[in-house]
Design a protein around this ligand. Structure first.
Ligand code: TYM
Length: 379
């Protein structure tokens, strides 16, 4: 697939690499930055703000202001959430970033969530090295991670593409009839050698934007919390929505958590710098302790000059998921900058938190095993 470079940055639904500049991404993708006034409106609706909102990790949106107008008029639960996972392997901690935020939205707004698992997409992306059966097996494994995040099982509906029913197919076919190849090429960078399954997949990933309206028998707005890499799908979907009589989907975009190595977002293709939810505590602890930090070459230099938290993967992990308390985060930042906090203990504390988190997640993963079947939509 061809790329969408912004300087050396590549952000597509299948590839995120290079130095990420979120302000440039907003410009390039034509989205809007989150603003203080939007945050105030959320706070006045639900009483508080998730740390990802307070810290600017949810940094951009599409028509979120429109959605707030809608719910201020029709009630705070008059929309549904939609997010997803492409099951090409085990789930990693990066995937949990948008999902934890999605859970918060589900709890605060008391809404239904449609969660798509695109086992077809992940097979079509690399049919030489993967089998469809393997991707379907990962779909079931990943479903446990998804439910282990704590979504309300009564209000959460898994759409597994390989198991999707006739109504879902009908929506996807309808969407596909309105997107021509020129538009698909311009949005996704498809080339002559892209297989036609990947091209059709654009309609499959669009379908959950409208499927809830079909199931509910009335037009209902959809909010998609996800990493900004998935945004091209929403661009294509929004182009056709109104022509088909449905609302345009709205979106909230979150930043990527980096891997523990040098540069780049956490990705399964770099297993040594990625923590999978299936890692043993020992494996995870070891990976964190080897993390690249924003520290100096020697302890003496670090004491004298201080560390650089802005360039530190470990600090980024605290900021994104492993420190909810704003004042503790600020203290860690200042202690690092002033040379009071060394990388060794900072990494050790993160390793301890990651281990506790994994133990809890893995035990919840076992507890939810029986819920998977009941949350899959079977038409
Ligand atoms: P996938 O499986 O690549 O990613 C799932 C979600 O995780 C986000 N993500 C990350 N967020 C923070 N830090 C990271 N290092 C990181 N890596 C991945 C992604 O942005 C995404 O939100 N085609 C999709 C599956 C899908 C989907 C959707 C995703 C279908 N419908 C609707 C989001 C919303 C995919 O392969 O996602």
């Amino acid at each position: 697939m061809s790329e969408q470079p912004v300087d050396d940055m590549v952000v597509t639904p299948w590839d995120v690499s290079g130095e990420l500049d979120y302000a440039k991404l907003i410009e390039k993708f034509g989205t809007k930055p989150m603003t203080g006034s939007l945050l105030n409106r959320i706070e006045s609706l639900v009483g508080d703000l998730h740390p990802m909102l307070r810290r600017g990790i949810v940094f951009s949106h599409r028509d979120f202001d429109w959605l707030l107008n809608h719910i201020e008029k029709h009630g705070k639960s008059d929309f549904v959430l939609y997010t997803g996972r492409g099951p090409s392997g085990n789930t990693h901690i990066g995937h949990l970033v948008p999902w934890q935020f999605t859970k918060w939205l589900q709890d605060k707004f008391d809404v239904h969530l449609y969660f798509q698992i695109t086992d077809d997409e992940k097979f079509l992306l690399d049919p030489i090295n993967r089998t469809y059966a393997q991707m379907q097996a990962y779909a079931m494994e990943n479903a446990k991670d998804i439910l282990a995040v704590g979504f309300d099982p009564e209000k959460t509906h898994l759409i597994i593409d390989s198991k999707a029913g006739p109504k879902f197919r009908e929506v996807a076919t309808t969407v596909s009839s309105r997107i021509n190849f020129t538009t698909a090429k311009a949005i996704f960078g498809f080339t002559e050698s892209t297989n036609i399954g990947m091209i059709y997949h654009a309609a499959i990933q669009s379908a959950p934007c409208f499927y809830p309206s079909v199931l509910l028998g009335r037009n209902i707005p959809v909010l998609i919390p996800a990493g900004i890499d998935q945004d091209p799908y929403w661009r294509a979907t929004r182009d056709v929505a109104e022509k088909l009589g449905w609302y345009k989907p709205t979106a909230l975009h979150s930043e990527f958590i980096p891997g523990l190595g040098k540069g780049g977002k956490m990705s399964a293709s770099q297993p040594n710098s990625t923590i999978f939810t299936t890692d043993t505590p020992k494996q995870a602890g070891k990976k964190v302790k080897r993390a690249v930090t924003g520290g100096r070459q020697t302890i003496a230099e670090q004491k004298e000059l201080g560390g650089i938290p802005e360039q530190c993967n470990v600090f980024s992990w605290y900021r994104t998921i492993f420190e909810d308390d704003d004042s503790a985060l600020q203290k860690r930042y200042e202690d690092c900058r002033s040379g009071t906090l060394m990388c060794g203990p900072c990494k050790q504390e993160l390793a301890d938190r990651v281990v506790i988190f994994l133990e809890m997640h893995q035990s919840r993963r076992e507890d939810v095993e029986d819920l998977v079947e009941q949350t899959i939509i079977r038409e």
